[in-house]
Write a protein that binds this ligand. Structure first.
Ligand code: CDP
Length: 230
């Protein structure tokens, strides 16, 4: 890696694989910035719901996406100046985000915005296409996954902890549908690239998954003296 490049770690994977939690922990440990790209798609979905827009009108959706007024401040997410951290986590928002994410104009509009998160000392980002499309030169690309049943259980726990209603069978159904849509879409489909390391977390704790990624990163640092080991 050239010495003046900013190190980027991408963690892509299916819905509820734990990539957000793990990416955040890795970013914290390394003192890097963090980008939750899925949150951007969820924010577009929430804006669409709030504005009662016809989701078939791709031109208006692209305009809205370009002008989206969002702010990430620590763990708080703002849309149009209002806190929407929990509101974007509903299943309704997730399902709509996954539909809107199949629209090329929306993906294109979010590209530049996502790349702007890359600044010193480095970036950890999670999503579906971070390694394949947005940051193809990332120093470490991880594909994080777990079985659909385990992911449904994790999502259930997460929603219940937030005081939201949840039903395991419905969540499993939603996860399977979303996997299918995310993997089979023609534009930026969810798939493990040849240059990406697979990490199946079905039987790993959060801390074990975090350690696996950090040790891969340290291995890469050892081979590239320009990167700082942590
Ligand atoms: O939490 P979950 O993994 O279900 O979803 P998310 O990461 O919050 O992303 C919501 C939706 O946005 C996903 O179902 C994807 O369809 C889409 N997405 C995408 O297409 N590309 C990304 N880089 C991130 C999310």
């Amino acid at each position: 890696m050239p010495i003046n490049e900013i190190p980027v770690i991408t963690i892509d994977g299916p819905s509820a694989s734990g990539k957000g939690t793990i990416a955040q922990l890795v970013a914290k440990k390394l003192g890097f910035h963090y980008l939750d790209s899925g949150a951007l798609y969820r924010l577009v979905a929430l804006k669409t719901i709030h504005s009662h827009i016809d989701i078939q009108n791709h031109d208006i959706l692209a305009e809205i996406t370009k002008n989206l007024d969002v702010r990430f401040s620590d763990d708080v997410i703002y849309l149009d100046g209002k806190v929407v951290t929990d509101e974007i986590r509903t299943e309704e928002c997730g399902i709509l985000a996954s539909q809107l994410a199949t629209y090329s104009q929306i993906r294109e509009a979010l590209k530049k915005r996502q790349r702007e998160f890359c600044s010193r000392p480095g970036l950890v980002t999670d999503g579906r296409d971070m390694g394949s499309v947005i940051f193809p030169n990332a120093v470490l690309k991880v594909f994080l996954t777990a079985s659909a049943e385990i992911r449904a259980q994790r999502r259930y726990k997460q929603l219940i902890e937030k005081g939201m209603n949840a039903n395991i069978a419905n969540l499993l159904h939603d996860i399977e549908k979303r996997d299918e849509r995310d993997s089979n879409r023609t534009i930026a489909p969810l798939q493990q690239g040849a240059d990406t390391r697979l990490l199946d977390t079905s039987s790993l704790t959060i801390s074990q998954a975090q350690d696996a990624i950090l040790s891969w990163y340290n291995e890469i640092c050892a081979k590239n003296s320009c990167l700082t080991r942590k």
